[in-house]
Ligand binder design. Sequence first.
Ligand SMILES: Cc1cc2nc3c(=O)[nH]c(=O)nc-3n(C[C@H](O)[C@H](O)[C@H](O)COP(=O)(O)OP(=O)(O)OC[C@H]3O[C@@H](n4cnc5c(N)ncnc54)[C@H](O)[C@@H]3O)c2cc1C
Length: 389
Amino acid sequence: MTLPHPTRAAGLARLAAFTPSMGRAYADRRNADPGPEAERDGWPEHVSKLSPYLRYRLIDEQEVLAAALDAHGPDKAEKFVSEVLWRGYFRGWLEQRPGTWPAYVAGRDAALALVDANGGVARDYRAACEGRTGIDCFDAWATELTTRNWLHNHARMWFASIWIFTLRLPWELGADFFLRHLIDGDSASNTLSWRWVAGLHTRGKAYAARADNIARYTGGRFAPTGLVEDVEPLVEDGEVPRAAFAPPPLPQPAGDWALVLHEGDMGIATPIGRAPSRVIGLASPDPRAAPAVRAFAKGALADAVARAGEMYGCPGVVVQEAAAVGDAAAGAVPVAPYVPVGVIGDRGGLPVATFVRDYDAAIWPLATAGFFKVKTGAPARLRALGLPA
Ligand SMILES: Cc1cc2nc3c(=O)[nH]c(=O)nc-3n(C[C@H](O)[C@H](O)[C@H](O)COP(=O)(O)OP(=O)(O)OC[C@H]3O[C@@H](n4cnc5c(N)ncnc54)[C@H](O)[C@@H]3O)c2cc1C
């Protein structure tokens, strides 16, 4: 089993290795999931597996898009660019409807209480998580998720659909299972993708996992039977209100300031014109997350703090709780990259002064409704950021 190495150097090496495949080859082959056996040195054949690095911002969307566009141009790189934009779309959508997150958490907690109270649900839930449903592909993906901590996008879609419509388990429990085990587990992409499969994101349009589609795109590895293919989208009452995303003003600390990196954003570049006097990494491991996920986050933070300390020529320290940030700042004003809605935001206690990155400020406001507005509005905004989109 090979887990990605949690350093920017490893992310950049993968980016360089996959860049030649970001053009037509990606568009033609990205839906195929030949499975872990076909991986070479832990890397899948047809997709980048850059998601853990993007998730923690060891590398960022702008440099990944630059690599794709420089190498292939906007036409040939169109599909890859579009997939990277989906990440910003989901993030921007959640930032504009933050109430979606606590609603999910409440639904998850209610579903977990149901598992505790109802023996039948508990049995089905455990069988699903432990890969004992008797549905060949589903059981293999459950095992792949818990042992390798990553799944191909198509497998995620099929898995979520089978979880919701064939096994009839609460979608929030499936989203939670993913978030605890995915090494790229992201509150926005994960929650909203599960809602999309369920028919709650694009209302009335659910995703059906079909046996022939699974057999075709897994190279005949699976022949599932008994799938519910005629799916009835889930429904819910009401709609979470939207508030347009407005980036907070750029912090202007008068004296020394401390850069606080956290699990929502470990990018070390800042828009503040002066170097920080110290770098603080705030580790906030999710106690519910799988050990491999916590290990990746811990390694990524250590890597980011070490690089930032070197780049800014200042001390770097990792603290274990938000309450320790003030002391670690030693009189400097703590400033952090924007703290996103979701698991990280829930922890609280992070500095009030945050900055939003140019890419996020460009893409997130476009996520007012469906993906189309992001897809059509992004090229001009990417060009304004200097990308050949
Ligand atoms: C049910 C479900 C749950 C998901 N949960 C997560 C999650 O927790 N974290 C996460 O990062 N992605 C999630 N995704 C989206 C997607 O599956 C992964 O981003 C992708 O599989 C990562 O593999 P890759 O890096 O090889 O992607 P590539 O195909 O190489 O794409 C490059 C990058 O674009 C972004 N991207 C690609 N596809 C999507 C997509 N559909 N939605 C959002 N961003 C995308 C990712 O950052 C990815 O690294 C989920 C999708 C589904 C259907």
